[in-house]
Design a protein. Structure first.
Length: 117
């Protein structure tokens, strides 16, 4: 579990600074569409997809951190019923947040698939 968490965190933190082409592949450094001098609607979708994917990655990371935090609180509760209940609630909400994040990724992919066809 710890290895998977560290791999997830390392994947979320870029090692090198991102260029404009990395963040917005439909546009070049001058801001023009890579396919031609006039930006088109697919360039806007490309930007939206990149922004949404970054936000969803951040949401998944936060859900993972809260899951670990809730697990640590559960282990450190020492048999106190109030602390156990609080830790279980944190774990439940973290899993629920992760499921909502995965559902959002699926939903956005479906919507963009329909819009870009």
């Amino acid at each position: 579990m710890l290895v998977a968490a560290s791999a997830f965190i390392r994947a979320a933190v870029p090692v090198a600074a991102a260029t404009v082409e990395d963040l917005f592949p439909a546009f070049d450094t001058s801001g023009a569409c890579a396919a031609g001098p006039v930006p088109n609607i697919s360039g806007i979708f490309c930007i939206l997809v990149k922004i949404i994917s970054i936000l969803l990655l951040a949401a998944g990371g936060v859900a993972l951190l809260f899951l670990v935090f809730g697990g640590l609180r559960y282990m450190a509760s020492g048999g106190d019923e109030k602390a156990i209940t609080s830790a279980k609630a944190a774990i439940t909400y973290a899993v629920l947040g992760f499921v909502i994040t995965i559902g959002a990724v699926f939903g956005i992919n479906q919507i963009l698939t329909v819009l870009l066809k």
